[in-house]
Design a protein around this ligand. Structure first.
Ligand code: ATP
Length: 359
């Protein structure tokens, strides 16, 4: 790796394994995970409950030691360094504030522990409270704040010592939906303004897509794919990623001569797609269009039923071989209903919308 490339890396995990317990009861929370997080990046670990997100975060923080593998920060091996010697801070879901202290005292706490001079502590506290828009609350006890305000204090406190990396473990999951959306925007702003590397853990795919520069999708102790939100949504590497992020139709088809052959017709594929007797195709519901039956290039289908969501409807369609597809249709301004169950239709698939998945 060149020097410039090394300098741009904030955190690196190399072949990390973390096993809990012994013998038959052993759990491999992390199973050979390697990850590279760039400086100044908003990087998200996304995956279902139990996939190992928190364990990876705790290894970076130093609360746990890896069974094998190494953690590097700024190119330096910190695997053996205790948490308080790492230039890393963590924000937890539970906020973990001191209820008997004021907002300002909570934010000052870490700085005082580091032995910073009084004037510097006061100036930093003011700056941090301005950053999270809580200047007016400096003298309040944290027990007298709303959940969203408490989370802002927790953020200010974690950012105050200017860590190189901020780790955030599902920090918004205790908030109601409206507040969570506001805090998503707020967190993104804080990250951009401070330029600090954020490593964010969530099981919420929308949160991951809307906030992150890059996302690592995890399952069963492994990272299955890392990429920008756009990359993982439009080019999922496998079936798990395709189904965990957004909704996906899966079809089985034979591929030959650059086309997918299904019972009811043929779908053109990108040039160079290899022939195979049985492949899984992934197609997003928003990339299907209805056409009159018999339209050239359309797969014949029957409407099974539809589900109305307000902004759009999901039409469940049955193909000639019995396979089901879901098509997402924008609802029309005049409130007109879509086709009735039993209606014969054609299904057009937008060019480039078909992903051939590796299982
Ligand atoms: P969640 O979203 O539910 O917090 P997660 O993706 O963060 O899940 P982890 O908390 O990292 O998952 O846990 C990964 C696996 O390791 C799980 O099977 C969990 O039960 C196990 N595990 C985590 N910590 C311990 C521990 N201290 N002792 C034993 N097993 C553990």
């Amino acid at each position: 790796m060149s020097e410039a490339a090394t300098a741009a890396v904030a955190v690196e995990g190399r072949n990390l394994v973390k096993a809990f317990g012994q013998g038959n009861a052993a759990v491999r929370a992390l199973d050979d995970v390697s990850v590279t997080i760039a400086k100044g990046e908003f990087f998200t670990l996304l995956g279902p409950s139990g996939c190992g997100k928190t364990t990876l975060l705790r290894l970076i923080a130093g609360f746990e030691s890896p069974t094998s593998g190494a953690i590097l920060l700024d190119g330096r091996d910190i695997t053996a360094l205790p948490p308080n010697r790492r230039p890393v801070n963590t924000v937890f879901q539970s906020y973990a504030l001191f209820p008997h202290l004021t907002v300002a005292q909570n934010v000052a706490f870490g700085l005082q522990m580091l032995g910073k001079p009084k004037a510097e502590v006061a100036a930093t506290v003011d700056r941090m409270l301005a950053l999270v828009k809580l200047e007016a609350f400096a003298a309040r006890r944290t027990s007298q704040l709303s959940g969203g305000q408490q989370q802002r204090v927790a953020l200010a406190r974690a950012l105050a010592p200017a860590p190189q990396v901020l780790l955030l473990d599902e920090p918004l999951s205790a908030l109601d939906l409206k507040l969570r959306k506001e805090m998503q925007t707020e967190l993104k702003r804080l990250q951009t303004e401070t330029g600090i590397t954020f490593v964010f853990v969530t099981h919420d795919q929308e949160e991951a897509l809307t906030m992150s520069d890059r996302v690592a999708v995890m399952s069963a102790g492994q990272i299955l794919q890392t990429g920008s939100p756009r990359q993982i949504y439009t080019r999922p590497a496998n079936r798990f990623v395709a189904s965990f992020i957004g909704e996906t139709n899966f079809l089985t088809a034979r591929i030959s001569g650059g086309a997918a052959h299904l019972a009811g017709g043929v779908i053109a594929l990108p040039a160079g797609t290899a022939d195979t007797a049985s492949a899984t195709l992934a197609i997003r519901p928003e990339h299907l269009r209805l056409a009159p039956p018999g339209t050239p290039g359309a797969l014949p289908a029957t409407v099974a039923h539809s589900v109305y969501f307000g902004t759009d409807s999901h039409l469940h369609l049955r193909l000639a071989d019995g396979a089901e597809l879901v098509a997402r249709q924008q609802t029309s301004a005049d409130g007109a209903a879509g086709p009735e169950p039993g209606t014969e239709v054609g299904v057009l698939i937008a060019e480039g919308a078909v992903q051939v998945l590796q299982e």
